[in-house]
Write a protein that binds this ligand. Structure first.
Ligand SMILES: O=c1ccn([C@@H]2O[C@H](COP(=O)(O)O)[C@@H](O)[C@H]2O)c(=O)[nH]1
Ligand SMILES: O=P(O)(O)OP(=O)(O)O
Ligand SMILES: [Mg+2]
Length: 212
């Protein structure tokens, strides 16, 4: 599948198993989800541009590399996406954080949008849209519709980052936003009849916030 990466680093796979386990506490789920967020941030920023900088070590003057000042934005899809933000910001502290609030209607899985707040210069930024779960793809597509249609962000500046993806969601997201790169920590088997990913980890928002 084009523009689609499974980040199968051993540390990420190990931590993913912890949050998949139904016996993992809310506290541990929250901590480990942020840790995976940080590790994912390391992977998705691999292609950030560098520039030369002249510095002096204690011994000599030398030309080395530094980040070329690319402006970044992390945009979690509420609520579940919030669970990855602190970990990502730890690694890229200068990133701005926007928020897109969406939920799935329980019976129909239709997307209801209730909040959008983005950095004012969002079109100039490299954007990481984050949600731990890509199930039908409805939430991710709605968030990316907002960014590309309403805020004129370019698809090539956007990366969608999740932890667990269903093949159905990948297919739908690629069809709707072919120019957007997708990174996931795992590609699972399928969706169940209620739109949950199997094997999955359950409802990510409820597990992060302890609401069920
Ligand atoms: O196994 C699952 C599946 C979904 N979620 C939540 O729903 C959305 C993603 O679902 P789409 O069908 O792709 O819109 C995501 O924001 C999760 O909050 C889940 O937690 N677990
Ligand atoms: O995507 P949903 O419907 O699971 O909502 P939330 O992420 O707020 O739990
Ligand atoms: Mg959600």
């Amino acid at each position: 599948m084009a523009n689609f990466t499974v980040v199968n680093h051993p540390l990420i796979q190990h931590k993913l198993t912890i949050i998949r386990d139904k016996n993992t506490s809310t506290k541990a789920f929250r901590e480990v989800t942020n840790e995976i967020g940080m590790l994912m941030a390391y992977e998705i920023t691999r292609d950030l541009p560098l520039e030369d900088v002249v510095i002096e070590t204690p011994l000599v003057e030398t030309t080395q590399k530094q980040l070329a000042g690319k402006k970044l934005a992390i945009v979690p899809i509420l609520r579940a996406g919030l669970g990855m933000v602190d970990g990502m910001v730890d690694l890229i502290p200068s990133a701005r954080v926007g928020h897109i609030g969406l939920y799935r209607e329980h019976d129909t899985l239709d997307i209801v949008e209730y909040f959008v707040k983005l950095p004012q210069d969002i079109t100039e930024r490299r954007i990481f849209v984050v949600d731990p779960m890509l199930a039908t793809g409805g939430s991710a597509i709605a968030a990316l519709d907002q960014l590309t249609n309403k805020y004129n962000c370019k698809p090539e500046n956007i990366t969608f980052v999740c932890l667990v993806a269903a093949p159905e969601g990948i297919k739908a997201l690629q069809a709707a936003h072919p120019g957007v790169a997708i990174f996931t920590a795992a590609l699972d088997d399928r969706l169940n009849e209620n739109g949950y990913i199997l094997p999955g980890l359950g409802d990510a928002g409820d597990r992060i916030f302890g609401t069920k």
